[in-house]
Design a protein around this ligand. Sequence first.
Ligand SMILES: [Zn+2]
Length: 153
Amino acid sequence: MTERAAYESRVPYERSRIRAAAIYCSDGRVGEHFDDFLQNGLGLPRYDRVALPGGPACLAGHPQAHLEEQGVVDELQFLVEVHGLKRIVLIAHEGCAFYASRLELKDRRLELVQRADLVRAAAFVARVTNLSQVEAYFARHVEDRIVFESVEV
Ligand SMILES: [Zn+2]
């Protein structure tokens, strides 16, 4: 094993928690957009991240995602208990590969399925965490930008 010099992050460490978490897809092409939206759009610096393929899709009752659902419920309950979460943000994104490959949904009305899934996932998250502040957004591609639209849950 070769020795490497330790890398020191220039980002200052802030101890206090913001008591909010976001559940979103782990697709790295939109990771920085999610960060920008949560931190600057919603004013949630240092939010807790729950990232996995499909994000909130696994909380919408699809049987193909049952194992992920269990894992995410455990994580959320941990964050509520230990990090004192008060608010949870769900984000689905346009063209999410999880829908095409895992759920085998390639319908051109996929966005309607994703929006319905956000509503179902928000109700499920509220039930398993006992939190009332659960909100949802759809991340749309507009030319070379990503626009976050609020979804009524
Ligand atoms: Zn995705």
